[in-house]
Design a protein around this ligand. Structure first.
Ligand code: MN
Length: 443
């Protein structure tokens, strides 16, 4: 389906707004004070309540199956229906919101019912996430981290250029943007210490990532050929894979990341569909050696040109500093390749699974997607506008990531994913007889 860059909505949208009629991302919202969440689409600074649009019969001529699909508090039932249904529903919404279509525009009563100001709502996780896999698909990131820990000669492991490396993450601690999280407590060991100790992490970091959600699921034993990968990819969000480098460093050999990662993973609330992103396809980095056949696609344009920025704000100060500018197109392994690899052994994927990219670092130092790399393991502190510096994230620091595709006179944006690091909770009591005190901080 083609996107018409000149199409306009009757709802005013500024040229730098992330949510023009060409985008139409899905989210799950309710007005503050309401009980039920439901599905909506962002348009300008408004949300179109799709639960009412569906009940009024506007989707009756589409192939949408099931009753009150958009009254659900997740996108799963819609995502499971596949590309043809996604296309038809998108076309229907595009028509409803366009400036020369009267059905909604000229019905003031209906407009009052279905258009909600973004400022009045709260959002929740848009998807019920069963499984979460995190890849490691930026060659620059792998090279940087490998150089720090093993030296430049041995930076990339021998498998890196042959397969998209990943670990299985934890879906239970994936959280919606705006959720603040406590500095994690864990086991760490200083290089010169004899034994590890239990204490709050000193090296809390962010990882700039993006992730995609699985639409139609597969059966155990079935692989997804690379040319069919896009039938299963519904849309994308921004991901901050919060990381505690000191916990990670002590625990990760031999089985990889565990508690250094699963204390929280933040995602943006709006799922941008692959239809909206289609005009921004581009080719990724050349792959040498050529990948094995099941990872080889006929489509040259497997990457997406998505500008990414990370900013850091100290203690709710007025000003925040952009500390990283990167792009999704830098990734060595594409989403199609990730999915083909994930299922080559017959591993099934289920509707709502989240597959994240891994830290998206580019070729220049300002494009590095983590504090670990930006400050080169603490050796080069970042200078902030307040005259302060940072090597890792301190209590009260807020990290905000944003991303957008730049079209001709419009943007397809992802909004933002934001979260603040709060002080650590109290350590669990070591004496089993002692009363365990719970922190009063809200999650
Ligand atoms: Mn990660």
């Amino acid at each position: 389906m083609t996107t018409n860059p000149t199409l306009r909505s009757f709802i005013p949208v500024a040229s730098d707004c992330h949510f023009p009629i060409q985008n139409l991302p899905y989210g799950v919202f309710r007005r503050r004070g309401e009980e039920h969440f439901r599905v909506g689409i962002a348009i300008g600074d408004q949300i179109l309540d799709l639960s009412v649009i569906e009940q009024r019969g506007f989707f009756n001529d589409t192939a949408l199956e099931g009753n009150n699909v958009f009254s659900d508090s997740s996108l799963n039932r819609f995502m499971a229906q596949g590309r043809d249904v996604w296309h038809e529903v998108r076309q229907c919404i595009t028509r409803l919101l366009s400036e020369d279509e009267p059905a909604l525009h000229d019905d003031d009563e209906l407009c009052r019912q279905v258009l909600v100001n973004t400022a009045e709502v709260e959002m929740k996780l848009p998807v019920e996430i069963g499984d979460y896999t995190d890849f490691y698909s930026s060659r620059e990131h792998a090279q940087n981290v490998g150089t720090m820990f093993r030296g430049a000669e041995n930076a990339l492991m021998p498998n890196y250029l042959w397969l998209p490396v990943a670990y299985h993450g934890r879906a239970s601690s994936v959280m919606i943007s705006g959720t603040d999280l406590h500095r994690p407590i864990g086991q760490t060991k200083a290089d010169d210490a004899e034994a590890p100790t239990t204490r709050p992490s000193r090296l809390v970091d962010f990882e700039l990532e993006m992730g995609f959600f699985i639409g139609p699921e597969t059966k155990l034993g079935k692989s997804i050929p690379i040319e069919n990968a896009r039938d299963h990819i519904f849309g994308m969000v921004l991901v901050n894979d919060w990381s505690a480098r000191d916990i990670q460093k002590w625990e990760y050999v031999p089985l990889g990341p565990f508690l250094g990662k699963n204390f929280g993973t933040s995602i943006s609330p709006w799922v941008v569909t692959m239809d909206a992103l289609e005009p921004f396809r581009c080719s990724g980095p050349a792959q040498d050696p050529p990948p094995l056949e099941y990872l080889t696609s006929n489509d040259e344009a497997q990457a997406l040109d998505i500008n990414l920025e990370v900013s850091l704000q100290i203690d709710d100060a007025d000003k925040s500093d952009v500390i990283c500018r990167s792009n999704f197109k830098y990734l060595y392994w594409s989403m199609d390749q990730q999915l083909a690899h994930h299922t080559i052994n017959g591993c099934n994927v289920r509707t709502g699974d989240l597959l994240a990219s891994g830290t998206i670092s580019g070729p220049t130092p300002e494009s590095y997607g983590s504090m670990l790399e930006l400050c080169w393991r603490g050796e080069k502190p970042i200078k902030l506008s307040h005259g302060l510096t940072r090597t890792f994230i301190q209590d009260g620091d807020r990290i905000t990531m944003t991303g957008w595709c730049q079209g001709d006179g419009y943007r397809i944006g992802f909004g933002e994913v934001t979260g603040k690091i709060l002080p650590a909770r109290e350590l669990p009591a070591s004496n089993p007889g002692a009363t365990q005190t719970q922190s009063t901080h809200q999650r």
